[in-house]
Design a protein around this ligand. Structure first.
Ligand code: SF4
Length: 380
């Protein structure tokens, strides 16, 4: 079954590390955007009639800027345009400051059953440095109220490797969240982009970046902590309690089809891939219908490599025979001698036609992939 992705390109404020395309949105009337989304969903539903879907994922941006009634309208439109499975996973990415009990009950009534909360840190100093609009107290309160709501699955996103972040408090924060019984944790290593405020501060020496080895050690300790508390490290950046893996994101990592709605959303159906134009103003002007699509004209060989890279993100790795079956001679597997040397270095495992990164390999995944596929894009 296909996955459905709905993009919400608004945020209350821009975080200092964020280089996404977005529009400041708190207090803004989002009804025109919701109407445009609903028309686009209807039009795409006509283009792919009768398609069955088993996931819907609201990402951004900050989708929790949408009221429960707006969200309900969009989910209703997804249900009418596609055959959404009764047990579909419906996920909302949310910021802590948007969540209270009433809002969460509204989201649950609209059909949301999975929430990921952008906690990022429980250190108020670091939250201010990242210009997050919430503090640690609000973050913990939002997780607690979400866990006491009817939502089936509650996850948190955290960032490691922030300048000035200390090992002890970072690990203690993860333990506190695990104690709140969260079902899923996404741990991201900070990526620094030169044009962001944080990137400029680092370039000008106003802040000192965390050393790469220190960040990798912190990541490893955080992974140990979560695995010790019953989480499965099922993907490079993601940990889940049994039964709580992201079904939607698994579609991206296992080369399955999806349709995206909203500016800059990507779609993949059959042999076609495309992205909606990212300009919000023109998306609103054309009311979500017939706005520009940018077709992805990468070769099948490149796509096969991307599928290999995506599969290597998973703990279980990737079946090379699947890629051969799907892409035929367009799939050129990595050099066996290179695989062998990396297996000897305990970075890769290859058995029964399945290639996977070892735990050590996952920690240095970018280096491994550069050696494995010298011209491929970076994994994380
Ligand atoms: S909430 Fe997310 S998308 Fe919005 S500015 Fe912050 S990092 Fe970027």
């Amino acid at each position: 079954m296909i996955g459905l992705y709905v993009h919400v390109p608004y945020c209350a404020v821009r975080c200092t590390y964020c280089d996404f395309y977005l529009v400041p949105g708190r207090g803004r009337d989002l009804s025109a955007y919701v109407e445009a989304l609903c028309s686009e969903i209807l039009a795409v539903g006509r283009e792919f009639p009768g398609r069955a879907a088993d996931t819907a994922h609201f990402g951004g941006g900050t989708p929790s800027l949408l009221s429960a009634s707006s969200l309900a309208a969009v989910i209703e439109r997804l249900r009418s345009a596609f055959t959404l499975a009764l047990d579909a996973e419906i996920t909302l990415e949310a910021n802590p400051e948007d969540l209270d009990r009433e809002r969460l009950l509204g989201y649950a009534a609209a059909g949301v059953n999975r929430l990921t909360i952008g906690v990022q840190s429980l250190d108020d100093h670091l939250l201010r440095l990242m210009r997050r609009p919430h503090d640690a107290r609000q973050a913990m309160a939002s997780v607690a109220v979400a866990k006491s709501s009817p939502l089936r699955s509650v996850g948190v996103d955290l960032i490691l490797g922030v300048p000035g972040q200390e090992r002890g408090p970072a690990l203690a924060a993860i333990a506190r969240l695990a104690d709140l019984d969260v079902d899923h944790v996404s741990l991201y290593l900070l990526e620094v982009h030169g044009k962001t405020r944080l990137g400029k501060d680092l370039a000008l020496g106003r802040r000192a970046p965390m050393d790469d080895d220190e960040a990798a050690r912190l990541y490893e300790e955080a992974a140990d902590l979560l695995e010790g508390r019953g989480f499965e490290h099922y993907e490079i950046s993601n940990f889940a309690r049994p039964g709580h893996r992201s079904r939607h994101n698994l579609k991206y990592w296992t080369n399955q089809e999806y349709l995206g709605f909203g500016p800059s959303a990507h779609s993949y159906v059959g042999d076609r891939r495309w992205a909606n134009a990212s300009d919000l103003r023109s998306y609103l002007a054309c009311r979500g219908e017939g706005c520009g699509r940018v077709e992805d004209d990468r070769s099948r060989g490149q796509r096969a490599i991307e599928a290999l890279l995506a599969g290597l993100r998973l703990a279980e790795g990737v079946e090379l025979a699947d890629l051969h079956a799907r892409y035929g001679p367009d799939f050129v597997p990595p050099d066996e001698a290179v695989i062998g040397s990396m297996a000897d270095a305990n970075l890769l495992e290859c058995g029964a036609g399945r290639l996977r990164l070892t735990r050590h390999g996952r920690l240095v995944s970018n280096e491994v992939l550069e050696r494995l596929l010298p011209r491929a894009p970076q994994l994380i």
